[in-house]
Design a protein around this ligand. Structure first.
Ligand code: ZN
Length: 397
């Protein structure tokens, strides 16, 4: 837990509030010792000891946003693999602190880091806790589990064979990771890895998920290939990252797998969000993007649980504060504005194992708030009009 200033009681007033589910207002949110203790809609006078922050009638309070898939260790340059190879752990930790700070300033109060080097996201979390410096809540996987030479092997999470896989999961639990990330298929970023092929078979995947769940960790599967997606659903992963159905020459979603995703209730972490005017994804992705978006759209239409996992840090179009752009992309999948807001708050909190603490403005929840001018339920672009960010009861912007 982040250090909190326990003697400050804040009463934050605004014209309206989206509480993670629905919108109402005007409201006064009472915050004490880093938590929300009351939400008043009656206009009652706040306690005398409270510092009143009146943000005005045209401001909307929201739960701090949650990015379900980031890489704090990537520097959002044109060659992130070279970038990470050029710095030692000390330098990398400094960069990651800057990345985390940038996310927080945009109102992203929780990030789920799905791949670092040397468990540095955990080190960063400890550093923020100890120093009291503002930073987002960090949910972390440590280095993704991958095969020798496989996708993101340079993070150091190589394991193959049942014994090594079991040991890898146990190590993550012992170190304090919240989630195990498995590169089930190859990835675009890693030369020599095949995006359209699986790196592990179903037996291995079942073992990893059982071991993770047995130790109280969640399990996230990086999946592009149709067979990888099918196996990850069967194995019981909690979240599926990307879900692109990429084949050697295009995109081919298997209807049975699409149905299985919807029926199982597994969370689809759609790789949405890019800053306009900063370039394009690699051609391999661009060629397939319309088909991928069509599949995510169909999954939403059929009732799949979808969150935004931006892959922040991956390149110039995905800096560490890219998530607000993802909300507009979610509406292009057919989500209403309120569905897009839920996907990046309450639904994302559930997906990250943070139900009750994050993603909702309710008594007892952590006081992580974003305030924007305008009404994002009416105009989703209002999410960019940040006027205040509160993290664990402390105003950080
Ligand atoms: Zn990723």
């Amino acid at each position: 837990m982040q250090a909190v200033n326990t003697d400050t009681v804040l009463a934050v007033r605004a014209g309206r509030m989206f509480d993670g589910q629905r919108c109402f207002g005007p409201v006064t949110v009472l915050i004490d010792a880093g938590h929300i203790v009351d939400i008043d809609t009656t206009g009652a006078t706040p306690p005398a000891r409270a510092e009143v922050v009146d943000l005005g009638s045209d401001v909307c309070l929201l739960p701090g946003l949650i990015d379900a898939h980031v890489h704090l260790a990537f520097d959002a340059s044109t060659d992130v693999v070279a970038g990470i190879g050029a710095v030692d752990d000390g330098q990398l930790l400094t960069q990651m602190a800057q990345a985390a700070s940038r996310a927080l300033r945009a109102g992203i109060t929780t990030v789920r880091d799905l791949g670092d080097r040397g468990f540095l996201a955990l080190a960063l979390r400890e550093q923020l806790d100890a120093s009291g410096d503002p930073g987002p809540e960090i949910v972390a996987s440590g280095p993704p589990i991958t095969i020798p030479g496989g996708h993101c092997h340079f993070f150091g999470g190589v394991a193959s064979g049942q014994q090594a896989l079991r040991a890898a999961v146990r190590e993550r639990a012992e170190r304090g990771c919240d989630v195990v990330k498995v590169m089930v298929s190859g990835g675009v970023l890693t030369p020599g890895s095949a995006v359209h092929e699986s790196q592990y078979d179903l037996t291995d995947l079942r073992l990893i998920v059982a071991e993770a769940h047995g130790l109280g960790l969640r399990a996230a599967a990086h999946v592009h290939a149709p067979c990888s997606i099918a196996d990850a659903v069967t194995a019981g992963f909690d979240t599926l990252e990307h879900v692109t159905f990429i084949t050697e020459d295009g995109v081919a979603a298997d209807p049975a797998t699409m149905d299985a995703i919807v029926e199982s209730g597994v969370v689809v972490s759609a790789t949405v969000g890019q800053v306009p005017g900063k370039g394009e994804p690699p051609p391999f992705v661009t060629r397939r993007l319309n088909a991928v978006i069509e599949n995510w759209t169909q999954l939403h239409r059929c009732g799949a649980r979808i969150v935004a996992g931006t892959d922040a840090g991956l390149g110039p179009i995905k800096p560490h504060d890219v998530l607000p752009y993802a909300l507009g992309d979610l509406t292009k999948l057919g989500m209403t504005n309120v569905e897009a807001l839920r996907a990046t708050t309450s639904v994302a909190a559930d997906a990250c194992g943070l139900t009750g603490r994050k993603g909702r403005l309710i008594p007892g929840a952590d006081a992580d708030l974003l305030a924007v001018t305008g009404d994002p339920l009416d105009d989703i672009g209002a999410i960019h009009n940040v006027v205040a960010v509160i993290r664990a009861g402390r105003r950080v912007r």
